[in-house]
Design a protein around this ligand. Structure first.
Ligand SMILES: [Zn+2]
Length: 238
């Protein structure tokens, strides 16, 4: 299935852009069965190959006999697919520039056209509201459902002290949004530092957000990123 190669590429693209470190993950709803999704086994993202992908049901139980280690936070994916029928891809990352916004209450705002979707408003998942004393990881169905409820109909949600979750109606959109969300967070911190406490910043306005956000499929970036990523995957295989 060509779409599974896309998923291998997505892992490697996100790692290369510093969006997922050794622990983030990206999934794809099965093109054949909306009640299934694919996610890599517990492995560093930049090493993922086709044979590392595992098929899950929406309860995040592997389909068929499995001896491979699943990632503990897979419930993020299953519960979002359950709650959002139109979502075809989910990225969970520890995007470093996004985390400061999750702990300060400073809202992320739409600062450039490539991440206009930020202007739709990004909720912040406070895990303490649902369970106290966790290690911050979303590793039960209940926490996955709470995160999906916090996300609501939005394109992404911050996760306090942890990272974020980003969704898309297709895989390039979820990956592109993740790459540009990290850059947008970095730019916003730079703009706020430059402007100082009394300076003003010209954010995208609502009309600009409405005009720019729906068309973002990163159609020029995706084939370039994908080809480079799959060439590396092939070279490693030898
Ligand atoms: Zn995580």
């Amino acid at each position: 299935m060509e779409q599974l190669e896309d998923l291998v590429a997505a892992y490697r693209i996100l790692a290369e852009h510093g969006v997922i470190d050794a622990y983030g993950h990206v999934s794809l709803r099965s093109p054949r069965d909306p009640d299934r999704y694919y996610l890599a086994r517990s492995i560093a993202p930049e090493r993922v190959q086709l044979e590392d992908l595992i098929e899950y049901d929406l309860g995040s139980t592997p389909v068929g006999v499995e001896g491979r280690e699943s990632v503990r936070e897979r419930f993020i994916h299953g519960e979002i697919y359950r709650a959002r029928p139109e979502v075809m891809a989910v990225v969970h990352n520890h995007s470093p520039s996004v985390v400061p916004f999750s702990v300060t209450g400073v809202p992320m705002r739409p600062i450039w056209h490539m991440a206009a979707f930020v202007g739709e408003g990004l909720p912040n998942f406070e895990i303490r509201d649902f369970q106290k004393g966790t290690d911050l990881l979303v590793k039960t169905p209940q926490l996955g459902q709470a995160l999906a409820r916090t996300l609501g109909a939005k394109p992404a949600a911050l996760m306090r002290g942890h990272g974020s979750v980003v969704v898309g109606e297709n895989l390039p959109r979820a990956v592109g949004r993740s790459v540009y969300l990290e850059l947008s967070a970095r730019m916003q911190m730079q703009a706020m530092a430059l402007a100082g406490p009394d300076g003003s910043i010209a954010w995208l306005d609502d009309a600009e957000v409405r005009a720019a956000a729906p068309i973002q499929d990163y159609k020029r970036a995706w084939p370039l990123w994908r080809d480079k990523a799959l060439a590396r995957a092939k070279a490693e295989r030898g």
